[in-house]
Ligand binder design. Structure first.
Ligand code: GLY
Length: 264
């Protein structure tokens, strides 16, 4: 079973009422908390239907973007790495996550350099390597520190680039199986996915690139029929989840959970 697509656990965090103050690149409207909660519940139910244990953490009003838990940690089978988010308003979210991972993992290490910044949304774990996109939130020092921390666990890191104007590397791509990546053309054109099979996101549906493969199902945002049909045609089981409210904050399927199988 692939450690990059199959998981025993997920952690999510309930959206806070302060989500209306969440970060966004472009203001396309205030998120509706009630609708976001409905979407969040459907997301969690789908994770659970695969047989996984989902740990639901309470809302953190002091951190408007804290529903996007993926940015706080990288979870590997051998241990977890606590991130240092590059957005100042999100830096404290990592310390809020750390005790929950320490309760589940034997080994938890931290990105600690004062000049190191890295967010989980910029990290794509595949069976053979960890790709990390340098971005406005993730810098070279953060990537270098991650590289040193995961080397003893047998993981290699390859630095790549998040396209300009795109929040995170995984805003534009997702792993569908050990060697298949769903990607926007603007990202795959950089050549970063050599050796992988790439399924292109349909033109005009770039917001569909952020999906997650979680056990036997791909969770994708609703409303992108051409990309949905391409994923189905490639033989994947798929579930569409409403994402209209998280999308107003540049958030997607991967941002909403940490997914892992801790090794005791
Ligand atoms: N609103 C998600 C983020 O900017 O981190």
């Amino acid at each position: 079973m692939s450690f990059s697509t199959h998981f025993s656990h997920a952690i999510t965090r309930r959206p806070a009422a302060s989500i209306t103050a969440g970060l966004r690149a472009v203001d396309i409207g205030t998120p509706d908390l009630s609708l976001m909660l409905d979407h969040h519940a459907a997301y969690i139910a789908t994770l659970r239907e695969t047989g996984a244990t989902v740990i639901e953490l309470p809302a953190l009003e002091a951190f408007p973007d804290s529903v996007f838990v993926e940015d706080t940690a990288l979870c590997l089978p051998e241990g977890a790495v606590i991130m240092r988010p590059g957005a100042p308003s999100r830096l404290g979210e990592a310390a809020e996550m750390a005790p929950h991972l320490r309760a589940l993992y034997g080994q938890v290490v931290e990105i600690s350099g004062a000049d190191s910044f890295i967010e989980g949304g910029d990290i794509l774990v595949t069976e053979r390597e960890i790709l990390v996109g340098r971005s406005a939130r993730t810098n070279a020092a953060g990537i270098a520190e991650l590289t040193r921390l995961v080397a003893p666990w047998g993981h290699s890191v390859r630095e790549v680039h998040t396209p300009p104007g795109v929040l995170h590397f995984k805003t534009d791509c997702s792993l569908l199986d050990s060697y298949t990546i769903l990607s926007t053309t603007r990202l795959s054109a950089s050549g970063c996915f050599g050796g992988y099979r790439v399924i292109p996101v349909a033109e005009g549906e770039e917001a569909a690139a952020n999906t997650i493969r979680f056990n036997d199902v791909v969770l994708m945002p609703a409303g992108f029929p051409k990309t949905r049909d391409a994923i189905l045609a490639a033989g994947f089981a798929l579930r569409e989840i409403g994402n209209s409210e998280c999308a107003k904050l540049d958030g997607g399927m991967s941002c909403l959970s940490l997914r892992f199988t801790p090794r005791a």
